[in-house]
Design a protein around this ligand. Structure first.
Ligand code: PLP
Length: 378
């Protein structure tokens, strides 16, 4: 059987990874500045994480959500403490799309409305409940036949209010910082007005922090830069450091009832062990402090590269913008300089999403390689 060919693959086969270094089958080492789409938060094969996951696997890996699992309670407590959302509740699932699907569903159950407002260039996943923009084409997949998604430009609050005034908007879903779309983000003024208008028009504010959450922005959630609280917050990626786990944080005014939400795999013992280990390491290693320190260093160091027009994003969720398509540059960085970076829908953007453990020395290595590559491509 062949693999369904939907990914253009680089000719590299990683066989080992430690912290921010990936080694391929030929023993060549690569610097990981992309974390497999922002997934590796505490570093590849982090020792505490590996021990905890292995120990859990030796005991019990999975059983049904209908049976008590104290690891879910421990995960919720630790997540509440570290995120500042300790009065919210946690529903666990297995991916970002599933988190968003449950968030949209919960919002619809809550207020009985169905229309969704999302923003141009947003990316919320690929399942039946999600909206996505790929290659500048909007792919809108409604939850059900009644659900319509309206896309609006970011930072134009009047347009949002015009839609909310129609009275049928169930929810506004927005990324803390846009990932796949190209690192655009709402202003503080916009986020604060969104929060106020959602309350006024009884729409649920969903913050998709699947990529921008878990300390990546330098705060636990990127929307915490704007002094707002969301009704529902969606998580995944960095939450499991590679183990598939996602979740939604739900504000106290949502009422739970049996059967309202459900999942087979979400919150398994193994997923919780991974999730708890990630939170423990983020806390004990003070990784958010590292994010802020290395980010500041990056912003200064990158000024040595005059070809760069702009650096977008926050913390270690960054997009380096040029005035040309960076595909060849990115390829050269991987194949010749052995540094992984990412691409975005905006073809002029090189995405930098390293593990949160990255050092300033690694940033220096990146800058040298970037300068060499730019010179060689001239
Ligand atoms: N939401 C955001 C902001 C994302 O960046 C992604 C994935 O890139 C998703 C949702 C979907 O997550 P998953 O691929 O885990 O379903």
């Amino acid at each position: 059987m062949n693999l369904f060919d939907v990914y253009p693959l680089y000719n590299i086969t990683p066989v080992k990874a430690v912290d921010c270094t990936i080694t391929d089958e030929n023993g060549v080492e690569y610097l990981d500045l992309y974390s497999g789409h922002g997934v590796i938060s505490i570093g590849h094969t982090q020792p505490h994480y590996v021990t905890k996951v292995k120990e859990q696997l030796d005991n019990i890996g999975f059983y049904s959500n209908a049976i008590q699992n104290p690891l879910q309670v421990e995960l919720a407590q630790k997540l509440g403490e570290l995120s500042g959302y300790d009065d919210y509740s946690l529903f666990l699932c297995s991916s970002g799309a599933e988190a968003n699907e449950n968030a949209l569903k919960l919002a619809s159950f809550h207020n009985g409305k169905s229309r969704v407002i999302a923003f141009d260039n947003s990316f919320h996943g690929r399942t039946s409940a999600a909206v996505a923009v790929t290659d500048n084409k909007k792919i809108v997949a409604p939850i059900n036949a009644q659900q319509v998604v309206t896309f609006l430009p970011l930072n134009q609050i009047d347009l949002v209010e015009t839609e909310l005034q129609k009275g049928d908007v169930c929810t506004v879903i927005i990324e803390g910082i846009q990932g796949v779309g190209g690192l655009d983000e709402g202003t503080t003024e916009f986020f604060q007005a969104l929060e106020k208008l959602c309350k006024q028009y009884e729409a649920v504010l969903i913050l998709d922090e699947v990529q921008s959450g878990y300390g990546r922005s330098g705060k636990f959630f990127a929307h915490q830069y704007h002094n707002i609280k969301a009704d529902i917050i969606c998580l995944a990626k960095g939450m499991g450091n590679g183990f598939p786990i996602g979740g939604i944080l739900i504000a106290p005014h949502f009422k739970a009832s049996y059967g309202l939400l459900g999942t087979t795999f979400g919150g398994s013992h193994l997923a919780c062990a991974a999730g708890i280990a990630v939170l423990d390491v983020i806390k004990s290693e003070k990784l958010m402090d590292n994010v802020n320190a290395v980010s500041e260093y990056f912003m200064k160091a990158i000024q040595q590269v005059p070809e760069i027009i702009k650096v977008k994003g926050k913390g270690l969720m960054l997009g380096v913008e040029f005035d040309f398509d960076v595909s060849a540059l990115r390829k050269k960085m991987i194949v010749e300089k052995h540094i992984f970076t990412g691409s975005a829908n905006n073809k002029n953007l090189l995405r930098i999403l390293p593990p949160l453990t990255i050092t300033t020395a690694a940033i220096d290595t990146f800058i040298v390689a970037l300068k060499e590559s730019l010179a060689e491509l001239k």
